[in-house]
Design a protein around this ligand. Structure first.
Ligand code: PXP
Length: 246
């Protein structure tokens, strides 16, 4: 069965847009994690960025307490965040490249160029009993390097597939790349996850890619929740206004 990891960063993005710097705010990403799990999600993903633009330190500690499935901490391979992960002990970390000016994670990790630094972090995580996933483009050299590091999973970057989805030739090309990458990774003993840009329209096409274990999806689920939840939210507010005596 294909598993779903729900990325709750965008719930925190919305909270920070109104409540930045305050000890409380809504919507609460931890409550979103609990609702996602109750609905059947197999894991919860949160990205603690160096600039703390959405998920905050207090969120990850509460998530560690309440997440009952699998807590996947997405993070850059930098000493400050590595130290936090080693204390926090999420079930798994997903190492991603991080650039301050990007809106969301853009490209995959360059495992080939950063093999030494990544090897050190993988070894630290292994000692701490934390699994490691590397977010990479569907590229033969990156997969081979990931296998050399002995990490448990790779997460294939599906951003190009999502971008090309409406162009038949581009979509086929990207699906072929993802398929070849998944086959190579599986043959090398790596677990294969995928994510970025997946949504309610493009998901079915991804069924063609073999060996997938888990999809990490954030933006489209949180966006869809606003649409499908808005009717209930308006109804509840109207109910609170019903007994106005004036
Ligand atoms: N996987 C990784 C490694 C990511 O960085 C992101 C974006 O934070 C996602 C999955 C989810 O992407 P999206 O929000 O487009 O579903």
């Amino acid at each position: 069965m294909l598993k779903l990891g729900v990325n709750i960063d965008h719930v925190a993005t919305l909270r920070e847009a109104r409540y930045r710097g305050q000890p409380w705010g809504e919507p609460d990403p931890v409550l979103a994690a609990q609702i996602s799990e109750a609905a059947g999600a197999h894991g919860i993903t949160a990205h603690l960025r160096e600039d703390r633009r959405h998920i905050l330190d207090r969120d990850i500690w509460r998530l560690r307490e309440v997440v009952k499935t699998r807590f996947n901490l997405e993070m850059a391979n930098v000493p400050e965040i590595v130290a936090i992960a080693l204390k926090l002990k999420p079930d798994i970390i997903c190492l991603v490249p991080e650039h301050r000016l990007e809106v969301t994670t853009e490209g995959g990790l360059d495992v080939v160029a950063n093999e030494t630094a990544l090897a050190r972090t993988c070894a630290q995580m292994r000692t701490a009993g934390i699994e490691v996933s590397l977010f990479i483009d569907p590229d033969e050299r990156q997969i081979a390097a990931s296998a050399r590091l002995g990490c448990e999973f790779i997460e294939l970057h599906t951003g190009s597939f999502a971008h090309e989805f409406n162009d038949a030739a581009g979509r086929e090309r990207e699906l072929d790349r993802l398929t070849a990458a998944a086959r190579q990774a599986h043959s090398l003993g790596l677990g294969v996850n995928a994510g970025h840009g997946l949504n309610y329209h493009n998901l079915a096409a991804l069924h063609r890619v073999p060996h997938l274990v888990e999809l990490n999806i954030g933006h489209s689920i949180i966006s869809h929740a606003v649409t499908v939840g808005l009717s209930t939210a308006v109804t509840e507010m109207l109910r609170l206004m019903e007994n106005y005596p004036g």
